[in-house]
Design a protein around this ligand. Sequence first.
Ligand code: ZN
Length: 401
Amino acid sequence: MFYACRWLLPIDRPPIEHAWLETAHGVIRRLGEGPPPAPAENLGDVVVMPGLVNAHTHLELSWMAGQVAPAASLVAWIRAMLTLRRSGAPGGQAREAQAVGEALASMHASGTVLVGDISNSLMTPALMARAGMGGVVFHELIGFDVIDPVSVVSDAIGRLGIVHGQIDRAVPLVRLSLAAHAPYSVAPSLFREIAARVPDGPLSVHLAESADELAFLRTGRGPMRDLLDDLGSWTPAWSAPGGGPVEYLAQQGYLRRGLLAVHGVHLADDDLWRLREAGATLVTCPRSNLWVGAGMPRIPHFYAAGLPVAIGTDSLASVDSLSLFDELAELRRIAPDVTAAALLASATRVGAEALGFGQTHGTIAAGKTAALLAVDIPAGVRDVEEYLVSGVPSSAVRHLS
Ligand SMILES: [Zn+2]
């Protein structure tokens, strides 16, 4: 199958104007510039680009859309979210599953082909498989006062085994892993056990999302401690390590290649360098950071540190859409000096590599999966990369296959 298009954006090289592409059985065969070498379907004034990768969301919270108001601090937002979560969705699990299905449909419509999903309930892998959405579901563990971390992780791995058996074998794109929620909600022993039981492949953690987390690690006090007290989760067995969040992960053996460090709003430059040295990826979710009162992520510093930066939307409890194009527009607004090419690489190649799909997704290259988008380009647009980070509506996006 040959396609001709006005623009082709391979990601690992500059946009090609007047390009062609050959695919066969869902795989990219070759691409080039100028007239196609065989009769081709002419896609017209579009840019053909890799499908987008949303490296961090919580699909199971989709039923909360619009119900957790923007907050002045992360702890205030968490308290409101937990109150709503305890009440459950009106309509129960059926309504929650319906909301996940709607969220997956909207993600597909806005060009997403892979997701890094955080799940406590494990309702999402089967729903992703049914929707044809690939990615990694990180079964997230929370527990600050944990007595037997070995059995907590063994039980979680047992649940993953059951879910694995339920996923449609025809959709091998949904993979499973574990994640620790955050340093203020997970015991050091639980971090260590997860790291030991997931020796390679992607891992995830919410890291340095708020300044209160840093204060808690430094002093053991503040709003995070108050939250643990109120939840009945505090344990005097824990004492403040005194250092920063990246050092804290390193102490638990959790800082390693394949780690997705999500948010990093309050990481200093030396923390960013240390993540890079470890082979970790930073996943930034700027719209969510502003919604929950976590602060403004230091986007230019993330890129300047040479750290791989992927992009997530976080959940519908803290953003009003799961569109990566909307997230890219926010990144462009708050980081006007980061190149559009770098932002687009974050939304495709870097996310795919972070989730372990770098061999098949993230760029347009011979041998990779043809999970591609054709995005309408308005007449007169000369800088297609800038256009793609300006807030592309879903109505302009279609999947090539
Ligand atoms: Zn999150």
